[in-house]
Design a protein around this ligand. Sequence first.
Ligand code: ITT
Length: 191
Amino acid sequence: MELIFCTNNEHKIQEVAQIMGEGFAFLTLKQVNYLSEIPEPFDTLEANSATKANTVFFYCNKNCFAEDTGLFIESLNGDPGVFSARYAGEPASSKRNIELVLSKMKGVENRRAFFKTVITLATPQGEWQFAGTCKGRIALEIAGQDGFGYDPIFVPDGFDRTFAEMDAAAKNTISHRKRAFEQFATFLKQY
Ligand code: ITT
């Protein structure tokens, strides 16, 4: 089954390739010559994920999947949430996003947070969604070099190091993305 992964984020491509393993292949947007920015205008991961998948589906009429991910911080009323990519404004910058989170969390005791990923599969037969979450807390300061986005300040439950201090294989065993793509893989096997 030929599937297009509707993302411009190279880190996601690498993680999903590792999570799904060798039996699973997908085309990237570059490979299908889709070079525009995909709009993400809505205020839920579900709606943005569906928009990304459907935008590309209508462009090339092939099976597509997209994922939208956000970091939800309890004491910031769920921010940055769906606005995770551009929390500190344009142009999107993980460094500035992290700095903004840490400055808003200065002196804040409740550091509970979770990542959530919502995948949408769009096909001529219909549309399906799969979600995965990973709970944890926001670190007091940046730590680690691996991963991407907010990984240097997110400590998953059961660990005392950030995602960015873990190697890719360790993150990909417990992450929000892993949990969502596990369900996606199960569905594809039956589909
Ligand atoms: P696409 O829409 O092209 O897929 P994007 O980078 O815009 O790529 P999102 O809209 O899902 O992706 O934005 C979510 C942001 O949240 C992303 O830019 C990262 O900064 C961050 N993020 C997503 N997954 C993450 C992860 O596993 N670890 C840390 N930060 C992550």
